[in-house]
Design a protein around this ligand. Sequence first.
Ligand SMILES: Nc1ncnc2c1ncn2[C@@H]1O[C@H](COP(=O)(O)OP(=O)(O)OP(=O)(O)O)[C@@H](O)[C@H]1O
Ligand SMILES: [Mg+2]
Length: 244
Amino acid sequence: MPSDGVKTLLRLAGVQVAYGAIEAVKGVDLELFAGEMVCLIGANGAGKTTTLNAIAGTLPLSGGSISYHEEDLARLPAHKRLRRGIALVPEGRGIFTRLTVEENLRMGAYIRKDADGVAADMARVFDMLPRIHERLHQVAGTLSGGEQQMLAIGRALLSRPRLLLLDEPSMGLAPLVVEKIFEVVQSVRQEGVSILLVEQNANLALEFAQRGYVMESGRIMLSGSGRELLANPAVRAAYLGEAS
Ligand SMILES: Nc1ncnc2c1ncn2[C@@H]1O[C@H](COP(=O)(O)OP(=O)(O)OP(=O)(O)O)[C@@H](O)[C@H]1O
Ligand SMILES: [Mg+2]
């Protein structure tokens, strides 16, 4: 639990999202405090991606509300949420495969007019992601999976986010590469960016995050500190591959 004076950055209250007649998210309550890394875990189809997209503004709510910095997001389209500092690194990374690494990074800064600030953030991203720096003129589609994930994160950082939404950054990557990605995410957090991380790799996510939520069939079934959830027998049985 955060100490007094720590601000709620993001609050979901009774959030519902439907695809036509199919209710994918059925009343989710979730809170994220400034500076925190929180993870959202759950099986395939639980509604994790849908929840992140609702926060980013690419899907409308059918019920409930989302507030960010005490502001109701209902009427803010996705591009305005991005300006407010909410950046999504989507499932599957969403990079532009025919553009170069540098062009992809610049797309991340398209909302900004402060050329000096963008240049400074570009330098910061190069420091953090030297492999990306070395491949600046390479066509993004020819990067390895791990490099593409790093590029997707770097691109999001160029919007200078305050809240980074990461949808399964470890997907399809070898353990060593996943470790590297998590180190990068950790250093982003240490710079003061709050993080909401969706992961199927529950073990790793709960180790890195301060708190976690467990989602099942569109609902939050459990929440607690990363440590509590790691020790919870039901979580261990369902998500950490242990027999109960
Ligand atoms: N565009 C869509 N149209 C209709 N139904 C959808 C659509 N996208 C997702 N769904 C459904 O909504 C539910 C939640 O999907 P979602 O992608 O949010 O799950 P998830 O937790 O991210 O799963 P995964 O771990 O496989 O990525 C699923 O039942 C899915 O079939
Ligand atoms: Mg998903």
